[in-house]
Design a protein around this ligand. Structure first.
Ligand code: ADP
Ligand code: MG
Length: 822
């Protein structure tokens, strides 16, 4: 369910693209890339990336790069700084350098003193992995210093921006006198007070220096077999400029339009300038995340604390983090106790208590004590960087709604040129002078730029997804966002999703001559290999009673059913009661609930008291048996999360119908469903049957979501239209989920749906804003009612207003705070 459907044998490239100026560019590149056999490409104008999946059997990266160049764009080389380890002398440095330089598209320079290599490589021809691999094969170690690349990219963008500002200032200064004179003439002065040759002297540098990029852009586009906004601007302004020049030479004294050509160039550049500034703000969320990981850290080396660059920390090293400092690595607490603010990972602002053995994450903040941490994940191998990578990948994905905009902008430019020609002809045939015919045609060319159209969707997606990440809502793709907007039915898992998931042992009944302690001892022994909340509860209870647990062998985890294994030579199983025989004509053990629990009619454990079967509210019973012999029952209490009720009400308010799916027994399921106010539920559903249940809901033809913990709910998550994976702790590796929620709280699902609706609403507004300019202004321009100068201003305004409108999404925040409290 990714944006680019890929057959199993494809390789995926993420390529930065330079030289794209408008939606027509990205559409054309996408079309040309998709024309290559075995290639599926999606090009994003807002973040200037192409995502290309190709079949290595039919295409090579080189062909793809050539195609990009032929279309008139480039893949700028990337820089990767590597910290090289294991070098002892200059000869080593030379070896590493030579090895790297032998790779295709790679240029490496090594500094022995700092033990750093600066490698420039062409993405597509080489990857960071290939570079690391190459160093390793040469016999050395390499650690990427990732922030360096980003910093460089940022510096380059800033330099570009300053350059833009200079050009604009220059061109605005030259244009100003021309505009003043134009306004003066509007105000009634019949004659121009600037001599014609002066006007030309002012307009010429603007046209050919400030306007150079339109000519080069247009040339690239035409050479690549298409047209873009540069073609329109170059054509329009050249028409006004050369017409005026001809008048000046051939018919001195006639009306000149130098102010039109100069003002359009200046205004369009202004629009690009403002757009670039606004666009750079769309990735602020990522920058804020990256800023969380400290650059400097204190590590213990040879028993001494030394300050180092965080990028140089090795896994296994011990890091010291003082109160108030941020944690530089993912790791495990060796010593110390403290409250840690993990809000970046979870969106939850309450500090989490950490003691010896606890996992801590890069970017979280140590609030009070001193912590000694053994690094397990460093550099780019941290949860934080994983979040950044996922978010960036999602921000670059293409929302289906954008296809429409792409199609339109693809045909827009040729259509506009045709319309401009018709406008000219129309006026000409109606007896207009050359001026009367030319100027409306110029206005048509200028007003019709489809830039705003190309920015409408991706900027909103970038800002919206970045914002979501800041609140612990990790959306995997723009497509998932689009589906989440239309969510109508939500299947929810019970344990750990609706309920706390932290259970407590509240009762036991031992049979077959066992004592309660012996029962618990065997059960807890079995659970040593499980991560289920039930396991945690039994292990805690055994620890409390001081029971020493025997080892388990042949351990078997049966998701959604229980666990089995051999303890002290006895083959034991623990979990749901042994399944009742299939009921006549009915399914195995699955019962569909209504508001009232169905009465259990088949007792699977005849030796245990029958009343227990219809469980007490929130009590889950599991059974230990040896072969067919029951050994006892353990009762565990799980509480409905206090926030679940409010969350379900919010979901109802959003028009979403909840359906609870649980592997637990009817009694426990009914009790929780009643308490949570869920009318529809199914009990004793095994993980694979949850997928079938989701499929059945989908058959009703509505958009079905699934919220679960991602471990044993993976099949169901995968079969849902939109899956919400509740991350436990900071484990975000929920491959199956479209949207990963860092807070295990159903309110986050409501937040995610609200975010998706906010983003989609923003996209629709943007598309409207982008269209309205063109649609309203085109006829006015054709009818000669729109001065080209105003057309230029409108065009600049249109992309700026679209990007600024997207930036308003930065104000979005989840409502869970207020909603969770009654
Ligand atoms: P849910 O669908 O509510 O999340 P699960 O699918 O995790 O529940 O588990 C369903 C049932 O399977 C539990 O109620 C329990 O009876 C049994 N079970 C699952 N895992 C274990 C385990 N590790 N130990 C004992 N029983 C288990
Ligand atoms: Mg579960």
């Amino acid at each position: 369910m990714t944006d680019v459907a890929k057959p199993p044998s494809t390789i995926r490239l993420e390529l930065p693209i330079s030289g794209m100026t408008c939606a027509a560019c990205s559409t054309r590149l996408e079309k040309n890339l998709n024309r290559l056999s075995g290639v599926q490409a999606s090009v994003n104008l807002a973040n200037e990336h192409a995502s290309v999946a190709y079949d290595p059997a039919s295409t090579t990266p080189q062909t793809i790069l050539t195609q990009i160049e032929k279309t008139g764009f480039a893949v700028p080389a990337q820089t990767l700084d590597l910290q090289i380890t294991g070098m002892t002398c200059a000869a080593c440095a030379t070896r590493v350098e030579q090895a790297l330089n032998r790779l295709p598209g790679v240029e490496a320079r090594l500094n022995l003193a700092s033990e750093r290599a600066r490698v420039r490589y062409v993405p597509g021809l080489s990857t960071p992995e290939a570079l690391l691999d190459c160093v390793a094969r040469a016999g050395y170690g390499a650690i990427p210093i990732t922030e360096a690349g980003r910093a460089e990219e940022k510096a380059r963008k800033q330099a570009e921006y300053r350059h833009e500002v200079r050009i604009f200032t220059f061109s605005a200064l030259l244009t100003l006198p021309l505009l003043v004179q134009m306004l003066d003439m509007f105000a009634g002065h019949a004659t121009a007070w600037l001599p014609g040759w002066w006007q030309m002297a002012l307009a010429t540098p603007v046209q050919f220096w400030a306007g150079r990029r339109f000519y080069t852009g247009a040339w690239h586009a035409l050479r690549g077999g298409g047209a873009n906004m540069d073609v329109l601007v170059a054509l329009g302004t050249s028409a006004a400029y050369f017409f005026s020049l001809a008048m000046l030479i051939l018919a001195p004294g006639g009306h000149l339009y130098f102010e039109a050509s100069a003002a359009v160039v200046t205004l369009v550049r202004l629009g690009k300038l403002l757009e670039a500034r606004a666009k750079s703000r769309t990735s602020e969320a990522i920058e804020q995340l990256l800023a969380l990981a400290p650059r400097q850290a204190v590590v213990e080396r040879d028993g001494e604390a030394v300050a180092v660059d965080s990028a140089g920390i090795q896994p296994g090293e011990v890091v010291r983090v003082r109160a108030g400092e941020r944690v530089p690595v993912d790791g495990e607490v060796l010593e110390g106790e403290s409250g840690v603010d993990e809000s970046l990972l979870t969106g939850e602002s309450l500090p989490v208590a950490k003691r010896v053995g606890a996992a801590v994450y890069a970017g979280s903040q140590n609030l009070d004590g001193l912590l000694r941490i053994r690094a397990t994940g460093v550099g780019s191998h941290t949860q934080l960087m994983e979040i950044v990578r996922l978010t960036e990948a999602a921000q670059g994905s293409k929302a289906p709604i954008q296809r429409l905009a792409d199609r339109i902008s693809g045909v827009f430019v040729p259509a506009v040129i045709g319309l401009a020609a018709l406008t000219f002809l129309g006026w000409w045939l109606a007896g207009g002078s050359l001026t009367q015919s030319l100027i409306p045609a110029v206005a048509v060319l200028v007003i019709a730029c489809p830039c705003a159209l190309g920015l409408a969707t991706p900027t909103a997606v970038m800002v919206g997804l970045g914002r979501g990440t800041q609140f612990g809502i990790l959306v995997r793709s723009a497509e998932a966002l689009e589906r989440a907007e239309r969510l109508a039915v939500l299947a929810v898992d019970k344990t750990g999703t609706l309920t706390e998931g932290s259970m407590a042992l509240v009762g036991m009944e031992a049979s077959n001559g066992l004592t309660q302690d012996a029962l618990l001892r065997l059960a807890a022994a079995l659970e040593q290999g499980s991560t289920h909340p039930i396991a945690a509860a039994l292990l805690a209870a055994a620890r409390e009673r001081g029971l020493a647990l025997p080892a388990v062998s042949g351990f078997e985890n049966r998701p959604g059913v229980g666990v089995a294994g051999e303890v002290e030579g006895r083959r034991l199983s623990l979990g749901l009661p042994i399944e009742p025989l299939p009921l006549e004509g009915g399914g195995v053990g699955e019962r569909v609930g209504t508001a009232q629990p169905s009465e259990a009619n088949e007792h699977p454990h005849p030796s245990l008291s029958r009343e227990r079967e219809a469980d007490v509210a929130g009590v889950t019973s599991i059974y230990l048996s040896e072969g067919d012999t029951p050994l006892g029952r353990l009762d565990l209490a799980d509480r409905l999360r206090p926030s679940s009720i409010a969350a379900l009400q919010r979901l109802a308010g959003l028009g979403i119908r909840p359906v609870m799916l649980t592997g637990d027994q009817e009694g426990a399921a009914a009790a929780i469903a009643r308490e949570a106010g869920i009318a529809e539920w199914r009990a004793r559903v095994k993980p694979q049957d949850k997928a079938a249940a989701v499929a059945a809901l989908k058959a009703e033809g509505r958009v079905v979501g699934m919220a679960g913990d991602g471990i044993n709910d993976a099949p169901a998550l995968a079969s849902a239209d939109v899956s919400f994976g509740m991350a436990s702790g900071a484990d975000i590796a929920l491959e199956a989920a479209d949207i990963t929620l860092m807070r295990s709280d159903l309110n986050s699902v409501a937040d995610a749906v609200e975010l998706s609706r906010a983003v989609m609403a923003k996209i629709r507004q943007n598309l409207f804003l982008a269209f309205i300019y063109n649609v309203l202004a085109l006829p006015l321009a054709a009818l000669g009612m729109l001065n080209p100068v105003i057309a230029g201003a409108a065009m600049a305004l249109s992309s700026v207003s679209v990007v600024s409108n997207s930036l308003l999404l930065k104000r979005w925040r989840p409502r869970h705070g207020e909603a969770a409290r009654p």
